[in-house]
Ligand binder design. Structure first.
Ligand SMILES: NC(=O)c1ccc[n+]([C@@H]2O[C@H](COP(=O)([O-])OP(=O)(O)OC[C@H]3O[C@@H](n4cnc5c(N)ncnc54)[C@H](OP(=O)(O)O)[C@@H]3O)[C@@H](O)[C@H]2O)c1
Length: 378
């Protein structure tokens, strides 16, 4: 690695730290920008604060208060090249007189990109792809939304050592300790929406708000084909927006009752077995500007999402307790049973951590892991 590479990476990491200051900026990405003089001195820093506010480059250039000939501008996402609610950034970057622009990741939204090319055509040196993986991971919701037309899905469950998310009598609160629960509230604040099935609403009556962490409440989404959500459900309490995803055609009397209770009812296509089509729900959420969804159960919804290819990350919060028995409480993964190990759903492990309360937080990517090659016994 050359000295320049190391400095580029350091400044790009700084951009990501600044980007995080923006909080939930969706559907826009979190973007940070640093302008550095030829001698390596940081001249200005900026970050984006959400739709309709200045982009990170514009924020940094405004703080610079003039031109910066010979400087380098670092930004974790390609400067935009289109007129939206704010002017395009590429011309402003060109006008600033910087000699070089270093970009983390290219813009995935059709019609937004081209900023890097425009800047290069103006005679400014452009380097793209510095810490590209970290830059894409930082805005994984935005990239999934822009490239795949659906939100990023994180599935989370609190389970016992034997994979149960409730006892046989339906007791599920609380399987894990306060530290794991606080992490879940932080996860809610970091996602645009939190989603549960009607089974969970009827069993646990969750509020689905952020209480044990800083941050805004996400949109609440209840998957409820037949609109069985009680009008008194805690997830309909005033505050955050609540969407009840029903199966078309929805019963108008129920729509009226739930709308009067504060919910928004969506009428979505059904699967052949009469449930809400989760792919259609994902598309509808994306169209509403939702870039990331935290799924908090139950097992049937987890199974439906995994079967539909809508699990990007799985977070299992495992308590050091076991319930035992052959017909115990429900598992975090419902749906049809698999008879052969070869047909098991397989995840790629990416993280493992023990909380101060002794729960184990396991994180998996959804991509199938390669089976280890079997060695022969000698
Ligand atoms: N420990 C934890 O982390 C945790 C978290 C959540 C829940 N839980 C526990 O889990 C249990 C509830 O889980 P559950 O599996 O019974 O209910 P669920 O997954 O919350 O909801 C399942 C229901 O969602 C509806 N649904 C609509 N479209 C669907 C689709 N495409 N695929 C699958 N379901 C669809 C179905 O009813 P309709 O089609 O009729 O609408 C289905 O019965 C409770 O015991 C609760 O306490 C534990």
């Amino acid at each position: 690695m050359t000295v320049t590479d190391a400095a580029d990476q350091r400044h790009m990491a700084r951009c990501l730290a600044l980007a995080a200051r923006g909080g939930r900026t969706s559907p826009n990405p979190q973007v940070g920008c640093v302008i550095v003089s030829a001698r390596g001195e940081v001249l200005a820093k900026g970050w984006h604060r959400g739709p309709g506010t200045a982009h990170a480059e514009a924020d940094a250039l405004a703080k610079l208060g003039g031109r910066a000939p010979g400087a380098t501008l670092y930004v974790n996402l390609e400067p935009c090249n289109h007129q939206g609610r704010t002017p395009p950034c590429a011309p402003a970057v060109i006008a600033s007189g910087v000699a070089r622009v270093v970009i983390g990741a290219l813009d995935p939204i059709p019609g937004h990109g081209g900023g890097a090319r425009r800047i290069a055509r103006a005679g400014i040196a452009v380097t793209a792809g510095v810490l590209a993986d970290a830059c894409r991971a930082h805005n994984r919701g935005f990239f999934t939304w822009g490239e795949r037309g659906r939100p990023w899905f994180t599935l989370k469950a609190a389970a016992t050592l034997d994979g149960r998310i409730a006892t046989s009598t339906g007791e599920s609160q609380w399987i894990t300790g306060p530290a794991a629960r606080a992490e879940v509230h932080a996860l809610r604040a970091a996602h645009d929406a939190v989603l549960v099935g009607i089974g969970t609403v009827r069993a646990d009556d969750p509020r689905l708000t952020v209480r044990d962490a800083k941050g805004r409440d996400p949109i609440r989404v209840i998957v409820d084909s037949r609109l069985r959500t009680p009008a008194t459900a805690a997830c309909l309490a005033p505050g955050a927006r609540t969407i009840i995803a029903g199966r078309a055609p929805v019963a108008l009397a129920r729509v009226r009752a739930l709308t009067a209770a504060g919910a928004e009812v969506w009428s979505l296509p059904a699967t052949t077995d009469g449930h809400v089509d989760l792919g259609a729900l994902a598309g509808a959420l994306a169209a509403a500007g939702v870039t990331s969804v935290l799924v908090e159960g139950g097992g049937a919804i987890h199974a439906g999402l995994i079967a539909a290819g809508l699990c990007d990350e799985l977070q299992l919060h495992v308590a050091p307790i076991a319930l035992g028995g052959r017909r115990g409480g429900p598992a975090w993964l419902g749906g049809a049973e698999v008879a052969r190990l070869a047909d098991a759903v397989r995840f790629t492990p990416i993280g493992c951590r023990v909380t101060t309360d002794g729960d184990t937080l396991l994180t998996f990517a959804s991509a199938p892991a390669r089976r280890p090659a079997r060695g022969r016994a000698s």
